[in-house]
Design a protein. Structure first.
Length: 134
């Protein structure tokens, strides 16, 4: 974007996840003489009232995000307590043994992961459990 351009977004919560993040963006836009406008909210960084309204909306957007995160964590804790949240099923011992065998046969981690249809991270975890220092 160049000086004089206007960045148009649908809503404030679509551009930043925190008040600080939004303020840093707006400051950078102001330094570059770029305006920020939201379609669903009557704001523009071109006026003092627009900037104030922008900050208020950002505070509420961050609050809403934090509330949603808290509810999600409460829901996960309740599901765990009820025995409904067990996480991903562990890899079978057969897969683990195949990883170890392939690695000792000088196969690369990426190749092992691809052939066994598991993530590279899973390969590293298995090797770390077996040998350590991976």
């Amino acid at each position: 974007m160049r000086a004089g351009d206007t960045l148009v977004i649908t809503r404030i919560d679509r551009i930043a996840r925190s008040v600080l993040d939004l303020q840093q963006m707006v400051k950078a836009f102001n330094e570059q003489e770029i305006l920020l406008t939201a379609l669903e909210q009557p704001i523009s960084t071109g006026s003092a009232s627009g900037k104030a309204f922008l900050d208020m909306l950002a505070v509420f957007a961050e609050f809403e995000l934090n509330i949603r995160r808290e509810r999600q964590l409460e829901g996960i804790a309740a599901a765990k307590a009820a025995g409904k949240y067990k996480g991903r099923k562990p890899l079978s011992n057969t897969i683990k043994q195949q990883v170890i065998t392939m690695h000792s046969g000088h196969h690369r981690v990426t190749q092992i992961a691809r052939e066994l249809a598991i993530s590279r991270n899973s390969v590293y975890k298995i090797l770390n459990e077996e040998h350590g220092n991976y």
